[in-house]
Design a protein around this ligand. Structure first.
Ligand code: SF4
Length: 441
């Protein structure tokens, strides 16, 4: 999807445009300078003077007349000061008030069904769940996929499975560690297939990384819930292997999974999760769900919701189904209406939020470790933020000059932030972290 962003007014408006463009990009959309090429136009308006109001009105009218087919979203002061209904006549599809500006990309994605499936079925977890920065590096270990899930274009786009050699992976990790990176994420299109072409497997890869590097944290990216080696759960006994798995479920109804040609039925998925949780109780499982796959009936949808609730996820990445030319699913009958997909996405979003809040509340009182990634000031309070091993966002109130960036500190979880997005933690000073020794499992 092509997105065109336009702003008027102050520095703050400019800064917001910057962060929206980053977020749209992370969600797999492309930014365009040409409004006529755009599928979505966002105008950030201003009302500081009468002239700014006139310009804002003109920009909105022009945006609609230049490209009446594009979705038009407005935000900013002029948009917030007038009733949303008054903009319908000039072709505006959605008004996001100043109050909700920080969530603009999420709101727009949800309300206008932009959470469409990414080109690569595995991109979601890698691109949006795990932010890239100086502390974390993505290491590509594998490409291609031998399967043909009916919604996925990846087999055509990426071809056969190819695994990178262990020595070259180790070399890259050691090099990134020497640069100051403290966490690596092993990523691939079908990670569970790692090694199938070079006589190895995913367990050997992870063991070797843990044995032959001293990088403090090792994660894996999105992982299909099948083809996992038998000893895979045991790997989590090493504290450097982070207890978070993004296991795409895609639907919680077997009949839909069958139409998707997925290799894992609901019962198998649940067994896998149960087995993993037996060994790693703090394991955070996140997932992808495609909403409105062709023919998804009310009954299948209800089954799916029940499955999601029974498993309990730390985060659900929700995608409204969108057909991809060249896939089998694009030829299936009984498409689900846009409105139905929107309603189901909303319901799942609410359920996902409840499950996430439950998980955050359950973490209160526990001790953990935080890789500190950045500093921010909010409402006059100074915070350091980062992620726990099981990939929960956390914040620590501490002065800006505490020098915590890119350190790993011991913490106790004391609460959840008011917006329900982060754990609040305090530092445990008597057990300073030092990089774990190299150890075998
Ligand atoms: S397992 Fe299915 S969804 Fe995943 S990459 Fe392969 S074909 Fe695509």
């Amino acid at each position: 999807m092509f997105v065109h962003l336009k702003t008027l007014g102050c520095r703050l408006n400019e800064a917001e445009m910057e962060s929206w463009s980053r977020e749209f990009h992370q969600r797999g959309h492309q930014l365009t300078r040409d409004p006529k090429q755009a599928d979505l136009v966002v105008v950030n308006t201003c009302a500081v003077t009468e002239e700014a109001v006139r310009k804002s009105r003109r920009l909105i009218r022009q945006a609609h007349s230049k490209n009446p087919n594009a979705k038009l979203v407005i935000s900013g002061c002029y948009a917030s000061l007038n009733p949303a209904e008054s903009f319908k006549a000039v072709g505006v599809d959605l008004v996001v008030s100043n109050q909700d500006k920080e969530q603009l990309v999420e709101i727009v994605s949800r309300e206008l069904d932009l959470n469409v499936m990414p080109e690569m079925a595995t991109e979601s977890g890698d691109l949006t769940l795990l932010p890239r920065n100086r502390q974390r590096a993505f290491i590509k270990v594998q490409d291609g996929c031998r399967y043909q899930c009916t919604f996925c274009i990846v087999t055509k786009a990426r071809g056969d499975e190819r695994s990178r050699s262990l020595p070259s992976i180790i070399e890259e990790i050691n090099w990134r560690h020497a640069e100051g990176v403290n966490e690596v994420v092993l990523a691939g299109v079908h990670l569970g297939g790692y090694g199938s072409d070079i006589g190895s497997d995913l367990s050997e890869l992870i063991r070797t990384v843990l044995d032959e590097t001293t990088i403090p944290r090792v994660r894996i990216g999105s992982l299909e819930p099948w083809d996992l080696p038998d000893d895979f759960p045991e790997l989590f006994k090493n504290p450097r292997f982070m207890p978070h798995l993004h296991l795409p479920l895609q639907s919680g109804a077997d009949s839909v999974l069958q139409r998707m040609a997925r290799r894992c039925k609901v019962a198998e998925y649940r067994k896998l999760v149960n087995d993993l949780r037996q060994v790693v109780p703090e394991l955070n499982i996140t997932t992808d769900i495609i909403v409105g796959f062709p023919g998804e009936s009310d009954q299948e949808w209800q089954q799916s919701l029940q499955t999601v609730e029974a498993i309990g996820f730390g985060h659900i990445h929700i995608f409204a189904y969108s057909p991809r030319d060249g896939t089998i699913a694009a030829t299936l009958a009984n498409p689900v209406s846009r409105e139905c997909k929107r309603q189901r996405s909303q319901t799942l979003h609410e359920l996902g939020e409840q499950l996430k809040q439950q998980q955050l509340r359950d973490a209160i009182g526990k001790q953990s470790r935080l890789l500190v990634e950045n500093h921010s000031d909010e409402s006059g309070q100074s915070y350091w933020q980062g992620y726990t091993p099981n990939f929960l966002r956390a914040e620590l109130a501490a002065p800006a000059d505490a020098g915590l960036k890119n350190t790993i500190i011991d913490i106790e979880i004391t609460g959840v932030s008011d917006d329900g997005e982060r754990l609040q933690v305090k530092r445990l000073l008597n057990c300073n972290y030092s990089a774990p020794l190299k150890r075998s499992l």
